[in-house]
Design a protein around this ligand. Sequence first.
Ligand code: ZN
Length: 326
Amino acid sequence: MIFYCEKHLNHKPEKEMDMGIFVPNADTPQRIEKIAVELQKEGYELHDINHFDESVLSLVHDRDYIEWIKNRSRITPPEQEYFPEVFGYDRLFDTGTPITWNSYESALYAVYTALTSAEWIICGNMFSYAMCRPPGHHASADMGGGYCYFNNIAIASKYIQNKKGGRIAILDLDFHHGNGTQDIFYNDPSILYVSLHGTPDIFFPWIKGFSNEVGEGEGKEFNLNIPLKPETEIEEYISNLNIGLDKIKDYSPDYLLVSLGLDIVEGDNQGGLNIKTDDYIKIGNKIKKLIDDLKIPLMIVQEGGYSGENNAKAVIKLFEGMNIEK
Ligand SMILES: [Zn+2]
């Protein structure tokens, strides 16, 4: 089942600061809209989301961070965007994630989209796809950034565990390392985090995503980072993906959640790998084999991907590779 919420259309950050100058913000509504349109043309149906209580944000985020985003949104006039004045100041770790009048609401509904999707699999279904926007995997418990305000996949993971218990593997396929998700579960052995991403030596978020970050305390060995060099192509990508999938197989989780960033596609303006949209059939095949072997449900959560057209092509090929029913 595919879940979509039109509230994301209100989220239209206009600019971001890059190397000291303002440039157009890459998190456009078109990123999701193009996927929605093309999936429907292919015969897939999109479903409305359920509403939850705002308190679900506290499953992962600190109360004062939630209040800060909420208040900042409330006091920012519709024609303005709020940027932190100093790097690392306030509750945002970069200057690509402005607060607008409705940042809180749009981010909240992205969380609700992920939770509706989570409800679907904990009710005994085997597949769901949450078309979340804004994305979430860069958001930590008390800090946003990288176009992310609340961590959709992390909140969904905690929600599933609160309702059903069990162990969860998160496979993060976004081009950028999911520093927020890693931070949130770094000491937690009940959630395995595996990420393939452009090496942080060169690429955002720079501060996290190195292979020596393996988890801490009880969470040690439950965090696997697989940094990839620029312009990695599909053969090398698949051999690295196999390492991640083997780790997940050994872990034998009760649920697999995938942070699906489509910015690994060649030419993505935020990316740096050379994966073709057709290559998603191979990626889909691999994921399908894993969930079939483990006999566990799969939930996909949308993260990055900055070309609407390629996003749509990649998702359709991924679904083809996973043999998702229409
Ligand atoms: Zn990304």
